[in-house]
Design a protein around this ligand. Structure first.
Ligand code: ADP
Ligand code: MG
Length: 164
């Protein structure tokens, strides 16, 4: 299932993330692609909000840790692989143990990690120009992510508010 959305400001991206977080199911993997400043971390923050993470406002890119964990309705792993130099460095992080479990994993800069990721995942690709508008291509690729994307689209301040 594919969905092309536009958000006009960070609040709309946050709302979309919150709708995804509210719709999330155990084992959901979300990949976030788009350059620096695209809005990936804003979306991750929204997912934390939607999962009921008490400190969702303080979700930032995990600069040094690469990986932060938050407790919400489900456990949320926020992973940012930007600083990772080579695919081999990933092996030491133990990220493969997280996948296929019952937690939610949100992964910024997943490019080096494709071979480890489940086929069933929610992929979000950002593109943008000079303004605050962001075009988001959201694609699900299996029963779990399909279900989550359907539930997201039905949320009152989820996808439908920003449908292109
Ligand atoms: P990334 O994690 O992709 O590098 P961030 O989410 O950290 O990017 O930062 C995105 C920046 O862009 C923030 O400063 C945010 O306020 C700004 N911004 C402007 N418009 C939007 C939008 N529509 N959605 C998300 N962020 C936006
Ligand atoms: Mg980021």
């Amino acid at each position: 299932m594919k969905c092309a959305l536009t958000t006009r400001d960070p609040e709309e991206t946050l709302s979309l993330g919150a709708a995804i977080g509210a719709a999330a199911r155990p084992g959901l993997v979300v990949t976030l692609e788009g350059g620096l400043g695209a809005g990936k971390t804003v979306l991750a923050k929204g997912i934390a909000k939607g999962l009921g993470v008490p400190g969702w406002k303080y979700v930032t890119s995990p600069t040094f840790a690469l990986h932060n964990v938050y407790q919400g309705r489900l456990l949320l792993h926020h992973i940012d692989l930007y600083r990772l130099g080579r695919a081999e460095e990933i092996d030491g992080l133990g990220l493969d143990d997280l996948l296929g479990g019952s937690d939610v994993c949100v992964i910024e800069w997943p490019d080096l990690f494709w071979r480890e990721l489940p086929a069933d995942r929610l992929s979000v690709r950002f593109s943008w120009g000079a303004s605050d508008e962001r075009a988001l291509d959201v694609e699900s690729s299996g029963p779990l992510s399909d279900e989550v994307l359907k539930r997201t689209a039905r949320a009152p301040n989820g996808a439908e508010t920003a449908e292109r």
